[in-house]
Design a protein around this ligand. Structure first.
Ligand SMILES: Cc1cc2nc3c(=O)[nH]c(=O)nc-3n(C[C@H](O)[C@H](O)[C@H](O)COP(=O)(O)OP(=O)(O)OC[C@H]3O[C@@H](n4cnc5c(N)ncnc54)[C@H](O)[C@@H]3O)c2cc1C
Length: 415
């Protein structure tokens, strides 16, 4: 079958990979060059440890408190925006213990399936991408953080995700050559990490060699439909591309693109920042998340990347220096010896996480437009869930039974 994939982030590239492997003739188009965007500068964590969706009990109260601190890890830009209001309403309704309980097993299964696929990909792709299986360390410095993380570890073990609670002295002895201090932490040994920019390059190289057609700097501007099916894609270069099957994987841009088809798939852009230090004086080997500050730190080859914040700001690329400083200031509390540069001396990368209101991705065929398959809304887990999403998309297009039950992920679940 001929398949056109719109969007060349990690979700689009992984979809193209498994579609091509399943024998389909794949073309992938992106408004950029396939080597930028949210999938490029993220923290590269592959996280079976993250089975609790963003929308969960207690998160709204915490979010409201954070809204009043300029350097906090969360912010919503107040504005009159119907899509934002609707998204927040759905988010609020998803924050119940029942909804979270039903979401957790599917997020776990997606994550564990994807991690296995990454292990296979490290052998399949010709270009290495720094995949390491060192686990993930969640560290805390306050009694409140401890309660949250230890509670999370108990839930993880109940759900079959291994988690080990560590004392302050166990943390201090964990790394050779890097000084580490915390009140305590939880080690998730089943997590992995990689260099996202290398993974994206490895994918592009592999797909090009396998004959996938790339259309860079090509933006989808309009759909042409007939009898409810998409017949052509119109692009900014004035081209009309005839299509059979279409996969939309346009990240935070997806909701807007779907509007003219009458499809509602709420997505807000969760803006985050990252900074990469080349050859830092100390480089931990295990990635970590600083629980109270929501900052992620990942060793990538010889480099060290750290990042965080989630701002719902309406796709503004503007960097908020106070929030960036909040990220930088959190590091010495755990890694007292790492030399940190002044923020004016570093490149600050900005990315938009495509966030669904209930914290579950959208994966499935559209009910309204039968030759359209949707893949998006992976929020803070898009890098982790790229391969499993791609595999599921290939199964859907090939009309096979999906290897994971997709009923909770139906893209048109909001009407
Ligand atoms: C600071 C930060 C840290 C993160 N850390 C992690 C992590 O450690 N682990 C993890 O799993 N995830 C992480 N994430 C989340 C992850 O990066 C995202 O979930 C993921 O990149 C989303 O991938 P995507 O392919 O859906 O979207 P994108 O990567 O945004 O790709 C969408 C593509 O669609 C293209 N596009 C848009 N509109 C059009 C159009 N009209 N025509 C053609 N092309 C179009 C865009 O150019 C873009 O290339 C992090 C995110 C941030 C911001």
């Amino acid at each position: 079958m001929k398949v056109h994939v719109i969007g060349g982030g990690v979700i689009g590239l992984c979809s193209a990979y498994y579609l091509q492997k399943a024998g389909h003739e794949v073309t992938i188009l992106d408004k950029g060059d396939f080597l930028a965007g949210c999938s490029f500068g993220n923290a590269g964590m592959i996280v079976p440890s993250h089975f609790v969706p963003l929308a969960s009990p207690g998160v709204i109260a915490k979010g409201l408190r954070w809204m009043f601190s300029a350097s906090s890890p969360f912010y919503i830009k107040p504005r009159l925006d119907l899509q934002l209001a609707q998204w927040l309403w759905h988010f609020y309704r998803a924050c119940t213990p029942e909804k979270v309980r039903s979401a957790m097993p599917i997020i776990r299964d997606l994550n564990q399936g994807s991690r296995l696929l990454y292990q296979a990909l490290s052998a399949e792709l010709a270009v290495p991408f720094d995949l390491e299986n060192k686990g993930l360390l969640m560290m805390f410095r306050t009694p409140k953080g401890e309660k949250e993380e230890v509670g999370g570890a108990e839930m993880a073990n109940e759900l079959g995700v291994k988690a080990k609670v560590l004392t302050a002295s166990e943390i201090a002895n964990l790394e050779k050559g890097t000084q580490l201090q915390a009140r305590g932490g939880v080690l998730y040994p089943g997590d992995s990490h990689l260099s996202p920019h290398l993974f994206m390059k490895a994918m592009v190289t592999q797909l090009e060699a396998a004959g996938v057609k790339f259309l860079p700097k090509t933006s989808l501007t309009a759909w042409e439909t007939q009898k409810g099916q998409i017949t052509h894609l119109q692009t900014d270069s004035g081209e009309r591309i005839k299509v059979e099957q279409v996969v939309l994987a346009a990240g935070s841009w997806s909701q807007k693109i779907l509007q003219s088809l009458g499809i509602t798939m709420p997505i807000q852009d969760g803006k985050g920042y990252s900074i990469t230090l080349s050859s830092p004086n100390e480089r931990p080997s295990i990635p970590s998340i600083l629980s109270e500050d929501k900052v992620a730190i990942t060793p990538m080859g010889e480099d060290l990347r750290f990042g965080g914040t989630l701002e719902l700001g309406g796709m503004s690329r503007k960097v908020n220096p106070k929030r960036v400083q909040g990220i930088i200031n959190s590091l010495p509390q755990y890694y007292p010896n790492i030399h940190l540069p002044h923020q004016r001396d570093v490149d600050i990368w900005v990315g938009f996480r495509p966030c669904s209101p209930d914290g579950l991705p959208y994966i499935g065929r559209s009910n309204q437009v039968p030759n359209l398959v949707l893949a998006g809304g992976h929020a803070m887990m898009g890098m982790s869930l790229g391969p499993i999403t791609g595999k599921l998309i290939a199964e859907i297009i090939s009309e096979q039974k999906p290897s994971i039950d997709l009923s909770l992920l139906q893209p048109e679940r909001y009407g």
